[in-house]
Write a protein that binds this ligand. Structure first.
Ligand code: DC
Length: 230
């Protein structure tokens, strides 16, 4: 066994990076952390406490002082899947709703929210042996990560995947509204002032528009083996 490393997987929304990251973690016996779920949980908290205006803007005067009372962790289910816990409540299903998806980019753009979550994420990586996916993992959370991948796919393909994912969960949505949500989130994520979505200079680019899940998993595993084989 080689030494444990940190693996950062960043990329666009619905690029399939979570599935890939989860699969890789299971395969190599690492802990998987979905950082997007943490931003979604804070968003759900803000929505429930009327901290989001009708135009989608965030009432930062209320949200920032509340941050210390927002506790997020992950519980591992019997089948190996994880559930996101918000102050002890399982919110895994609720944080995937279109409502939360529609507000999360604006919450994730609040610098104080990012500072609080990045600090939590850095803590989670102290023992290494971790795969974390998100937008700024290779650039801000773990700039020292030994393995960095930046995942992308066309917006249309990502909207199709997201639609299939929601339909499988019984959530009603149209392709058009999802494509709009995907495009809008890309724009906000790329243009925010605080750690915008961008490929780290030392990240490997993976465009999976025409790749199968199996091919992506193999790609990651090969890269992991190459990096850890000394
Ligand atoms: O990966 P996801 O779609 O669940 O992420 C939800 C939102 O959270 C996304 O719009 C961008 C934001 N996010 C972020 O800003 N930084 C991260 N490390 C992860 C997610």
């Amino acid at each position: 066994m080689g030494t444990s490393i940190i693996i950062a997987i960043d990329g666009y929304s619905s690029s399939g990076k979570s599935s890939m990251a989860r699969q890789l973690a299971a395969e190599i016996g690492y802990r998987y952390i979905d950082s997007g779920a943490m931003y979604r949980a804070v968003t759900l908290y803000a929505m429930r406490h009327n901290m989001i205006n009708s135009d989608g803007s965030v009432v930062t005067e209320l949200l920032i002082p509340a941050l210390p009372s927002i506790h997020i962790d992950f519980s591992v289910n019997g089948d190996g899947t994880q559930s996101t816990m918000l102050n002890g409540e399982n919110v895994e299903r609720e944080i995937r709703s279109l409502d939360v998806s529609g507000h999360v980019s604006q919450v994730a753009a609040v610098p104080a929210v990012r500072h609080a979550l990045v600090a939590m994420q850095k803590d989670m990586g102290t023992g290494k042996g971790i795969v974390m996916d998100g937008r700024d993992i290779g650039t801000t959370v773990f700039p020292e990560a030994e393995m960095k991948v930046f995942v992308t796919a066309s917006p249309e393909e990502r909207a199709r995947r997201r639609l299939a994912e929601l339909q499988a969960k019984g959530v009603e949505a149209t392709y058009e509204e999802i494509l709009e949500n995907v495009t809008q989130r890309d724009h906000i994520d790329r243009t925010r002032a605080e750690s915008p979505l961008r490929q780290a200079d030392d990240a490997v680019l993976l465009d999976n528009t025409t790749m199968t899940l199996e091919q992506q998993n193999q790609f990651l595993l090969n890269l992991y083996n190459k990096i850890t084989r000394k």
